[in-house]
Design a protein around this ligand. Structure first.
Ligand SMILES: Cc1cc2nc3c(=O)[nH]c(=O)nc-3n(C[C@H](O)[C@H](O)[C@H](O)COP(=O)(O)OP(=O)(O)OC[C@H]3O[C@@H](n4cnc5c(N)ncnc54)[C@H](O)[C@@H]3O)c2cc1C
Length: 417
């Protein structure tokens, strides 16, 4: 009788060993199959790692779906190089529209009065285009199809990350369906409210602007000529990004930033009134405009994680940094994280401390500089009139008209030093 507890313990240990033997093992677990998570999974698989990715949501099939992401991303040249290595660009390219120029316009008052316009061209950097624009909902769909065909990637949609226990040699992950797996490295690519960031005990800091952004697509009477335009006025930037024609009509995607109150006012307008305001806000650059999709609303914040890594854990993309959507920096900065992390973990245990330190060191400075620069730029873009608005117009002219300064600013915007 006395031996009974010991015997039970022995049985328990054997059962536990068998359970652990059956537990799914993967080199790398990625929480989040957003655009960043999927690009990362494809790149890591190309480099020989086994990868499991999970996401509770499933991507939209059409632009009109209730949950489709109506933002678009301008993939800048360095990001396209990463997508090519991951074997993804060939799939995205047919849906891409080239960005052949960036026009920046300043305006004041309402109806807006134009105060400065300058156009930046990629030829200054010996490039045919600044980048290629793809609607996010299309990119989700295309990347998902590519990952479904990728070897070494186990994609688990409809199930989310719940918790993790990081040990010296592995991380045990529990998913929302109760299943568990073991990985050498866990990566949080699970967005601005990253559950992995929370589970790793990493705090994040916010800077708020009282601003929101409306994202949607529209058609317009005149062609965009592959030019993306940023128009400043009180409340923030208004950005048009070229899209392929929609049912035979010229089309662009729009990000319209303003105060929360103004965004609420715009959302409450009927279609005709909204389209009139839209055309006015765009300074009539492409003639009368007509919204063709529902609108999505995004709060504008800068959010920075206090650390990029913890034991056997790394954060990328919006889990690590959220930026206001100006200058096409958000996802492009995320793709720079992805490339740096893939390089840092090459050769050996992907979750080793030294590799994660290398990753954190390589990204810390760039992220901090970009967050500070975009924060300042966004505050300047919010000015309606007076000295700040005058400074903005003068600054735009100076940056453009001084050749070396123009090229330096363009290089920085493209991800260069
Ligand atoms: C209005 C607007 C316009 C923008 N325009 C541009 C642009 O032109 N160029 C640019 O470079 N960037 C742009 N950005 C930024 C860019 O869209 C984002 O950086 C990018 O979409 C975020 O990608 P992500 O994969 O990090 O996050 P998300 O797209 O938020 O993906 C996170 C994923 O994690 C999943 N998730 C959540 N919880 C869990 C869980 N428990 N377990 C597993 N998964 C989970 C979510 O379902 C989601 O699929 C813009 C941003 C905004 C707001």
């Amino acid at each position: 009788m006395k031996d009974e507890p010991l015997r039970r313990t022995g049985r328990d240990l054997a059962a536990r060993a068998a359970y652990l033997e059956r537990m799914e093992k993967t080199d790398i677990f990625i929480s989040g199959a957003g655009i960043a998570g999927m690009i990362l999974a494809a790149l890591l698989a190309k480099r020989g790692h086994t990868v499991t990715v999970c996401d509770p949501s499933t991507p939209a099939d059409a632009m009109s779906d209730e949950d489709s992401d109506l933002r678009s991303t301008a993939y800048l040249a360095p990001s396209i190089a990463v997508l090519e290595e991951a074997g993804l660009w060939q799939h995205l390219a047919p849906d891409a529209t080239p960005l052949e120029a960036l026009r920046v316009m300043d305006s004041t008052g309402w109806p807006p009065r134009q105060t400065a316009t300058r156009t930046f061209r990629p030829g200054d950097l010996d490039l045919p285009a600044f980048g290629q624009n793809v609607m996010n909902w299309r990119a989700h769909r295309i990347l998902l199809d590519a990952l479904n065909d990728a070897s070494r990637v186990n994609l688990r949609l409809g199930v989310g990350f719940r918790s993790m226990l990081a040990r010296e040699n592995e991380v045990r992950v529990t998913l929302t369906d109760g299943s568990r797996l073991s990985a050498a490295l866990v990566i949080g690519a699970d967005g601005r409210n990253s559950p992995v960031r929370g589970a790793a005990g990493i705090e994040a800091r916010d800077r708020r602007y009282g601003q929101k952004a409306l994202a949607f697509a529209c058609t317009h009477a005149d062609p965009h000529q592959h030019v993306s335009t940023e128009v400043y006025n009180g409340g923030g930037a208004f950005v048009t990004v070229p899209l392929p024609d929609h049912e035979g009509q010229h089309a662009s995607s729009i990000v319209w930033m303003s105060t929360g109150a103004r965004i609420a006012e715009l959302q409450a307008m009927n279609a005709e009134a909204f389209d009139a305001e839209l055309t006015e806000r765009a300074l009539h650059i492409m003639g009368p405009m007509q919204r063709i999709t529902p609108m999505r609303v995004w709060p504008i914040i800068t959010r920075t994680a206090d650390a990029l890594t913890a034991r056997r854990t790394a954060l990328v993309a919006e889990a690590a940094h959220v930026l206001p959507p100006i200058g096409a920096q958000g996802l492009n900065t995320s793709i720079a994280d992805i490339a740096a992390l893939a390089d840092a973990i090459e050769g050996g245990d992907p979750g080793r401390d030294a590799a994660l330190e290398t990753y954190a060191r390589s990204r810390h400075r760039d992220m901090a500089i970009r967050a500070t620069a975009i924060d300042a730029y966004n505050r300047l873009c919010q000015a309606d009139s007076g000295p700040l608005q005058a400074l903005r117009s003068a600054g735009l002219k100076a940056v453009h008209d001084l050749g070396p300064l123009r090229r330096n600013v363009m290089m920085a915007g493209m991800g260069g030093a």
